[in-house]
Design a protein around this ligand. Structure first.
Ligand code: VG1
Ligand code: CO
Length: 551
């Protein structure tokens, strides 16, 4: 790397702008091949550096989940950051940085923001996906005002600025280098995150649980949480070596789909659900912000997980004084609403995507929040946090000393149970998906008052959200059918896929504490499943007999 001379800043001209750089639910996500198109990554980074406030003279965090393309992208971003006058670039050894650890690092270093290189749970590798997420100074995903502005810049971009220095950034060791006028700091991406976890959780109590007769399996899915989980569970908490499975981050995640759900993490699911070897199991996704929680013969639905964490929060040191409020995304079940009501705290319903929790967290209106898509988090950072959720559960288990299945049963017998399932139809033809969606949307006004699965449709709308903190309005966030008994069905089109379209069908039905609390959710929801298929013509229009993923 050049340190004795200052390389020149070069302006690279684009023949024509890229028209497809609109960020989705969580950043810009495309195939690795697309990102390898000359100037493609550079275009999006140029737009981001122009739009993000405070870039010139500020500090910027960059790192990623270690997938194919991570190191190359860090080099490009470093040279572009230097050309844009960034004073200090903070990155990590190997460029490995989980999304929650990045959020923490941005906050800790008072950076103006961060660039997180990840396509989250999407597969990686030369034939997989790559992604870029732009976070702001609060450590969270930038709001739509910023992502819209970035997209706007890309649409008419005619060039970008980059430092004329082809030498490779050496990320192998921690240390500090000069790149032009910019300082590059390479830090250990695990240290600060682990220190934060120690502040929030009772490590002594968890350690005595894990050193006792409480075998645990954690699956890092060959993705970014491996080094974090190994340090926390095996080194610090003393769990036996081998507790962390698939703990080395691989560029292609071992050919797998790093999505912690019953389909893609089925090996772990089978260990917990079909044998009695382990008391507790958990997995995280590609970039470490999602979590799946399993007990012995017990799967915890993510919506229920948020409700249980809320009900038991005061058992955890970081939340011992109680919660300011909670929030969930609209498609997430109302299990947490019932707990919030009993605790007498506010409960907010936001659109899908973590960016919508940022204002509520910054304003101190909420402490915990979550999504049905295996995302849970709190005000400790501004991203969802997979390992945090696992530690939260372990802290509760260490205090209550009951089997996880019993904790769930007790929860339902107190609050009732929200039977819940999400059916995903992945990679369907875009036209078919949009046709189906627009048809139901058009039907909605006439559906109110109609019968549906033996109930009556009380409300049929397209969810819109008015942010209680800044008043911004977000529309078009999912088609809701709310039934007169509190059940509901929601349809959404995914904003994170890269092939065709993905239709998500969310199903929910509430049974009070006096009802039957131990049914199979697919059976409890069977009437809703049948009714929405008939109404929306899902099988017929997608040509699929069953969903790709059932959660
Ligand atoms: C999905 C989930 C959403 C989550 C988003 C990003 O979005 O449904 O709840 O916030 O992924 O998660 P969509 O638009 O595909 O439904 V991650 O772990 O990719 O950063
Ligand atoms: Co993720």
């Amino acid at each position: 790397m050049a340190s004795s001379f200052s390389p020149a800043i070069r302006t690279v001209r684009l023949e024509k702008p890229f028209s497809d750089q609109k960020p989705g639910t969580s950043g810009l996500r495309k195939s690795s091949k697309q990102f390898e198109t000359p100037h493609y990554l550079e275009s999006f980074i140029e737009a981001s550096l122009r739009v993000l406030p405070g870039v010139a003279g500020g500090s910027l965090v960059v790192g990623g989940d270690g997938r194919y393309g991570n190191r190359r992208a860090i080099g490009v971003i470093a040279r572009m950051a230097a050309a844009h006058g960034v004073a200090r670039l903070i990155t990590t050894t190997g460029g490995i940085l989980s999304t929650p650890a990045a959020s923490n690092l941005i906050r800790k270093t008072s950076a103006v923001g961060g660039v997180i290189l990840s396509a989250s749970h999407n597969p990686g590798g030369p034939d997989g996906d790559f992604g870029v997420k732009i976070n702001g100074a609060n450590g969270g995903p930038t709001p739509e005002s910023i992502t819209d502005a970035i997209y706007g810049v890309t649409q008419s971009l005619d060039g970008y600025q980059i430092l004329d220095d082809e030498s490779e950034l050496n990320l192998d060791q921690p240390g500090s280098h000069q790149l032009g006028a910019m300082t590059v700091e390479i830090v250990d991406g695990v240290d600060d995150y682990v220190a934060l976890m120690q502040k929030l959780f009772d490590f002594d109590a968890i350690s005595s649980l894990l050193r006792g007769t409480f075998p645990v399996a954690f699956d890092a899915m060959h993705a970014v949480t491996g080094p974090y989980a190994t340090r926390i569970f095996e080194v610090m908490l003393g769990a036996p070596s081998g507790t962390v499975r698939n703990g080395t981050p691989l560029e292609d995640f071992g050919g797998g789909h790093p999505d912690p759900n019953l389909t893609y993490a089925h090996e772990l699911a089978e260990l917990l659900l079909s044998s009695d070897t382990y008391r507790f199991g958990a997995a995280c996704d590609g970039d470490g912000d999602r979590n799946m929680i399993l007990g012995n013969r017990c799967f915890v639905n993510p919506s229920d997980s948020l409700a249980v964490l809320t009900a038991n929060a005061t058992l955890v040191p970081g939340y011992a004084s109680g919660l300011a409020g909670v929030a969930r995304s609209m498609p997430t079940s109302a299990a947490v609403d019932v707990v919030a009501k009993e605790l007498g705290i506010a409960c907010f319903e936001t659109p899908t995507g973590w960016k919508f929790f940022g204002n509520l967290l910054d304003a101190g209106r909420i402490t915990l929040c979550g999504e049905e898509s295996f995302g849970t988090g709190s005000n400790h950072i501004r991203e969802k946090d997979g390992l945090w959720a696992v530690l939260f559960w372990l802290n509760i288990l260490a205090k209550r000393r009951e089997p996880l299945a019993q904790i769930m049963a007790e929860h339902w017998s107190r609050f009732g149970r929200h039977y819940y399932s999400r059916h995903d139809y992945e990679a369907i033809a875009s036209d078919a998906a949009h046709g189906l969606y627009e048809r139901v949307k058009g039907m909605q006004p006439s559906l109110i008052g109609q019968s549906f699965a033996g109930r009556t449709i009380a409300t049929a709308d397209d969810f819109a959200y008015s942010d209680p903190v800044d008043g911004s309005l977000t529309t078009g966030q999912g088609l809701r059918l709310l039934l007169d008994d509190g059940s509901r069905v929601v349809l959404r089109l995914s904003g994170t896929g890269t092939q065709g379209a993905t239709l998500r069908v969310y199903l929910e039905s509430y049974v009070p504490a006096s009802g039957d609390l131990h049914q199979d959710p697919q059976i409890a929801l069977a009437d809703l499943i049948g009714a929405i298929d008939a109404l929306a013509q899902i099988k017929e229009r997608t040509g699929m007999n069953r969903p790709t993923v059932i959660t």
